[in-house]
Design a protein around this ligand. Structure first.
Ligand code: SP5
Ligand code: ZN
Length: 361
């Protein structure tokens, strides 16, 4: 076989949009210190290059209206993200302190309110903390356009599955799984995976599952579906109990409530976990959703569990991601994979391609 030929005959349509590059994080503020953002536009180029080299067809995202998006998120969050940067730039803040990206500084938590009813904050720099729950996730001039384009990528991938593809992959950026119904954070702005799951429900699949293999627990997706029996959420991630983001949730005792009782499964792993236990965990998640009788699958495909990734202490290899793809593809249900994290530019494209190769077989 010629070495410059695609190494796989697997063919998974890849949906992307050039607009996803418009979000430029610049700094992220961590423990009060601006550090270089790792969720950079070049991530898109790396993944595109790798999936093209592997022979997957690449298609442009089609525009979709807000119908499904507004089933997942509060209208107030969507409106905030759409308008907040313009409002920030029109405020005194850019001239006063030179900050041209939206960064919250105060948060209307129960700790601040102490039971008092919160009024709408007039100052945009205060309102930023109503919708953003951390200081790492800045909103710049292109953030809304990119986040909304990522939603279109996810919705187009769902369309392709509806049109007969067994598997489609959405090259979403910025990622989404940390976004709850009403607040953004964790380098995420709109929850692409939750939108994909909701769109699969709307397309007639009665039971849908999200399997999240990003290194971090997808607290946003988990919360959105925690009380629902029709969308299951399963995740393998670095143990928040070992001190890792999202810190407060993602523990094994979170199993769902109400109609969603038993439809959440968290598999936290110790820092330093490698292919053996990680792949067994992905296989356990696959067996669990099969037992639930799931008819369609969303994969939150973060590749930051990789050994070289700067944002997590897991030690997964490309072979591990290939085995994960095989386990998930083995479910044999219509599947939409959505890009989440993955920050090591030299390797992240190959990790995505390894997973897609097996997922599409
Ligand atoms: C989608 C996704 O993978 N989000 C990851 C969010 C976790 N970020 C936690 C960051 C903790 C501090 N990082 C310091 C590195 C500064 N660049
Ligand atoms: Zn992550």
């Amino acid at each position: 076989m010629l070495t410059n030929m695609p190494s796989s005959n697997a063919s998974v349509p890849v949906v992307w949009s050039g607009d996803t590059r418009l979000h430029v994080p610049g700094a992220e503020v961590w423990v009060g210190v601006p550090t270089p953002g790792t969720e950079v536009p070049e991530r898109v180029d790396e993944v595109l290059g790798a999936v093209r080299a592997a022979g997957h067809p690449v298609v442009e995202a089609r525009g979709h209206d807000d119908t499904v998006l507004l089933r997942v998120h509060d209208a107030a969050l969507v409106e905030h993200l759409r308008t907040v940067h313009d409002e920030w730039m029109a405020s005194e803040i850019p001239e006063l302190v030179g900050q041209r990206k939206v960064v919250p500084y105060a948060f209307p938590t129960e700790a601040m309110l102490g039971g008092l009813p919160a009024h709408r904050a007039v100052a945009v720099h205060a309102r930023a903390g109503q919708f953003g729950y951390d200081t790492m996730t800045l909103v710049g001039a292109g953030t809304w356009a990119a986040a909304r384009a990522a939603v279109d990528c996810a919705l187009t991938a769902v369309d392709l599955v509806g049109e007969g593809a067994q598997v489609a992959y959405a090259l979403c950026r910025p990622p989404g799984h940390h976004v709850t119904r009403a607040a953004y954070g964790g380098s995420c702005y709109l929850n692409n995976a939750a939108v994909a799951a909701e769109a699969l429900r709307a397309a007639g699949h009665e039971r849908v599952a999200v399997i999240d293999v990003d290194a971090h627990h997808g607290n946003g997706t988990a919360a959105i579906f925690y009380e629902r029996g029709d969308v299951a959420y399963g995740s393998v991630h670095v143990d928040p109990g070992a001190g890792w983001f999202p810190h407060y949730v993602g523990f094994a005792d979170e199993t769902g409530t109400g109609a969603g009782a038993g439809t959440t499964l968290n598999l936290p792993l110790a820092p330093g976990s490698d292919d053996g236990v990680w792949c067994r965990s992905v296989e356990q998640l696959a067996a669990w959703v099969a037992a639930l009788g799931v008819e369609a699958l969303v994969v939150s495909l973060g590749v930051d569990a990789a050994a070289d990734d700067p944002e997590s202490p897991l030690l997964v290899t490309a072979d591990g991601y290939r085995r994960a793809g095989a386990a998930l593809g083995g479910l044999g249900v219509p599947t939409v994979a959505v890009q989440e994290g993955g920050y090591h530019l030299p390797s992240l494209g190959g990790l995505v391609a390894a997973c897609l190769e097996a997922l599409g077989e």
